[in-house]
Design a protein around this ligand. Structure first.
Ligand SMILES: CCCCCCCC/C=C\CCCCCCCCCCC/C=C/C(=O)SCCNC(=O)CCNC(=O)[C@H](O)C(C)(C)COP(=O)(O)OP(=O)(O)OC[C@H]1O[C@@H](n2cnc3c(N)ncnc32)[C@H](O)[C@@H]1OP(=O)(O)O
Ligand code: FAD
Length: 670
């Protein structure tokens, strides 16, 4: 036991940089680090936030436990008079999916984004004080991705000045909204607005669904939970629900009227803001999900890295720091490094691109407030594309981390199965990842077509202004070290991205209609979108390194991580880089050489690099990822806690095992 604890300490002593300074870089600022660190410790030390028994709870127990915690979170927020920032950190570190995620993450933002000032003044105080609990009811049984295909209707009745909300078909039942099944009192419901006999498409409406007195559904409302979801724990603590309306009436002023409104006379009036603002809550949440992807991936990487340093298998006998003969740490196998280190680099890359995306979103909101809508298309493309890219990579990465931990990774106590089960739906919710990439490709094709009109591409598409150069340029790498030059890397990624996009644009012209072309070429369009999004991540990582980065050795570690992130992408997408002529086969081979050398350079720092995430053992929730590396005794201890071990002889022995054994014995005697 002692040896293992010493072992991680020895790993930490090998670090070539200041972990404390890296913690600040990871958190985003000294202030963010201090607040998050304080709240993380507060949560970890409070028995009310225990979560180590989640995997063995039944659905009902799990749900009730999540309700208890959500109420306790609210109590602590008020008792400690936490600021909004501190309250968000508290919810984050409690790490229990509950209705509050949807209430704060979607219901409140939908009101802020789509309601008029007057409506906000009425509803936001109620929501902010949790006098009402809200959900975001968009998806239906029959349609999720195709929002325009939603079937729920909101028909204006001029006589009573009300909307009648109705579910005309089974497929129009709302299906999936979180917190809807058993908790929410109100919902932002997306429905087709019909007035004067005309259908004006999907709009948002604020609808009360349960009584604030006895919590029963209001007349005309049928509501319930959609059932168990994948994995133990994970999303089963939350009540994703179904909802049907039978001619439910709401006052006219509960239509969210920032984008358009219906007058007392039933006239439909559009305002001067783009109708896409109706989807504003999705843009908001998608940028949060990118930050969440870096968190989820970094958790898994932290667990797999620490465990890989503790675990020993095979190998020529080595001497450890105390001169004892020991087997090889699995982290020293090159295959383990080539699977794990790119994931560590991705966690950092996603953290930085998430930080940038948060800035882009804040900038968008400021512009929208000044009636400047010019950056909305780019913000939509970036949030959609990066949400897709980072969640797909993080979900795959978490699964890889579990395999990197061998058999023990499959145990609930490793924390990895639940982390995977809780995170993998991020590839679907807030927009299916393929559908979102198709949105990006649509944006790219539009940008390319506008190049011919002389319109200058801006922001993340600014590189497209150099299309002529990027289409014919040749990569200058001649030796492996050349791959350490950020401008060489950037140009290779830009060339690959634009060449894939231009090829799609050219191929699209060969079809009878754009629609047909888009459909036939959609796999290619998705690849072009991925290339563009990877370029954004790469360029934001490189930009981060150009900032003033303090701390002994910190910048050097980030440079190594950036190199690994980029070179590994080249390695994984070699087909793209070679087929577009962005690099040559010889240069690809040099990139692989450089990648291997970066792994060796990173090796002695990896434990410190995961320590820099500053995760408490409570938050990690993993025996394999414990800070002290004391894995085996704790695994044994955890095993004893399983309810099956409550009794020596299992329940069921007398009914099913003993008679069987006796029968065999009798048969043998006959
Ligand atoms: C120390 C570390 C610190 C780290 C900090 C920690 C922070 C981390 C944090 C937190 C933890 C919290 C984690 C959060 C986790 C969340 C918990 C779980 C919540 C899950 C909740 C899930 C909710 C949902 O899923 S809600 C339902 C979502 N549904 C969808 O997304 C549907 C997807 N479909 C669509 O969006 C659309 O239908 C469509 C866009 C795909 C197609 O629609 P259509 O009308 O056909 O549109 P189209 O013709 O293609 O486009 C018309 C034009 O509009 C543009 N456009 C489309 N969408 C948008 C938009 N959203 N915004 C702006 N513009 C848009 C489109 O580009 C077209 O433009 P054009 O110019 O005409 O081409
Ligand atoms: C855990 C979880 C929580 C959720 N929470 C909420 C919530 O709070 N509120 C809410 O309203 N919704 C919620 N949802 C619903 C979610 O937003 C939808 O499931 C999501 O938008 C995907 O839509 P879909 O299910 O209709 O998938 P579909 O669109 O039916 O996708 C099925 C397959 O078809 C493919 N596909 C679909 N369209 C195209 C296309 N045009 N081109 C190519 N391929 C296509 C997809 O790639 C996918 O492979 C939640 C979902 C989950 C899993």
């Amino acid at each position: 036991m002692e040896r293992i604890m010493d072992h991680l300490a020895h790993e930490r002593s090998k670090a070539q940089f200041s972990v404390e300074e890296m913690k600040i870089i990871w958190a985003g600022s000294l202030h963010a680090f201090q607040v998050s660190d304080r709240i993380a410790r507060l949560v970890a030390s409070d028995p009310g936030f225990r979560k180590d028994n989640r995997a063995v709870l039944s659905r009902k127990e799990l749900f009730k436990s999540a309700l208890r915690k959500a109420a306790y979170v609210w109590k602590r927020i008020n008792e400690l008079a936490l600021s909004e920032e501190e309250a968000s950190w508290l919810r984050f570190y409690v790490d229990e999916l509950a209705y509050a995620y949807i209430h704060w993450g979607m219901f409140v933002p939908a009101i802020k984004g789509s309601a008029t000032e007057e409506q906000q003044q009425k509803w936001l105080p109620l929501a902010n004080n949790m006098q009402i609990i809200g959900t975001y009811a968009q998806t239906e049984l029959g349609h999720g991705s195709n929002v325009r295909g939603l079937e729920t209707t909101a028909t204006f009745d001029q006589e009573t000045d009300e909307f009648i909300i109705h579910s005309p078909t089974l497929t129009s039942s709302k299906w999936w909204p979180g917190g809807l099944g058993k908790v929410a009192t109100h919902a932002v419901v997306y429905a087709r607005l019909i007035t004067d006999g005309q259908d004006y498409g999907v709009h948002g409406f604020l609808v009360q669904i349960r009584s604030l007195d006895d919590h029963f559904p209001l007349p005309g409302v049928t509501v319930g939970d959609i059932g168990m979801k994948f994995g133990s724990g994970a999303f089963n603590s939350i009540d994703n629900g179904f909802l049907r309306f039978n001619h439910v009436r709401i006052p006219r002023n509960q239509m969210l009227m920032k984008v358009s409104r219906v007058t007392r006379q039933g006239k439909y009036v559009e305002s001067n803001v783009p109708k896409q603002l109706l989807y504003g809550a999705m843009v908001y949440v998608r940028q949060i999900i990118v930050a969440d992807a870096s968190i989820a991936l970094s958790r898994a990487v932290c667990i797999a890295t620490r465990y890989s340093a503790v675990r020993r298998q095979f190998g020529p006998p080595h001497e450890d720091e105390n001169g004892k003969g020991v087997e090889t740490q699995v982290i020293d196998y090159k295959t383990q490094q080539s699977r794990l280190f790119p994931l560590l680099a991705s966690a950092y890359a996603f953290r930085f691109v998430g930080e940038w995306l948060k800035w882009l979103y804040t900038d968008l909101i400021q512009k929208l407030e000044a009636n400047d809508f010019s950056t909305l298309p780019e913000a939509h493309a970036c949030t959609a594309g990066l949400k897709s890219l980072t969640t797909s990579a993080a979900a795959d990465g978490i699964k890889e981390c579990w395999k990197l931990c061998g058999g023990h990774g499959y145990l609930s106590s490793s924390g990895l199965p639940e982390l995977y089960a809780a995170f993998v739906p991020a590839c679907t919710y807030e927009g299916d990842n393929i559908v979102l990439l198709l949105q990006v490709s649509r944006f790219l094709m539009k940008t390319i077509s506008q190049l011919q009109t002389g319109k200058k591409p801006i922001g993340t598409t600014a590189y497209m202004a150099h299309v002529e150069h990027l289409i014919q340029c040749r990569c200058t790498v001649q030796k492996a070290e050349d791959w350490l030059n950020p401008s060489v890397i950037l140009e290779a990624f830009e060339a690959r991205a634009i060449r894939l996009s231009v090829a799609c644009a050219e191929n699209l012209t060969k079809f009878a209609t754009p629609l047909q072309g888009f459909s036939e070429l959609s796999p290619d369009l998705v690849e072009a979108a991925v290339a563009h999004c990877q370029l954004i991540v790469v360029s934001k990582f490189i930009e981060k390194l150009q900032q003033n980065i303090e701390g002994n050795g910190v910048k050097q570690q980030l440079e190594t991580l950036c190199n690994i992130y980029c070179l590994n992408l080249i390695h994984k997408h070699l087909g793209d880089f070679l087929s577009t002529g962005s690099i040559s086969p010889k240069q690809a081979s040099l990139a692989s050489d450089q990648l291997r050398s970066r792994y060796s350079k990173l090796r002695s720092n990896v434990i410190a690099l995961v320590d820099a995430f500053n995760y408490t053992d409570h938050f990690l929730g993993s025996v394999l990822g414990r800070y002290d590396g004391n894995v085996y005794p704790k695994l044994y201890e955890e095993a004893w806690k399983d309810p099956l071990n409550d009794s020596i002889v299992p329940d069921g022995y007398h009914e099913y095992i003993q008679p069987l054994l006796k029968q065999q014995l009798q048969n043998a005697r006959l």
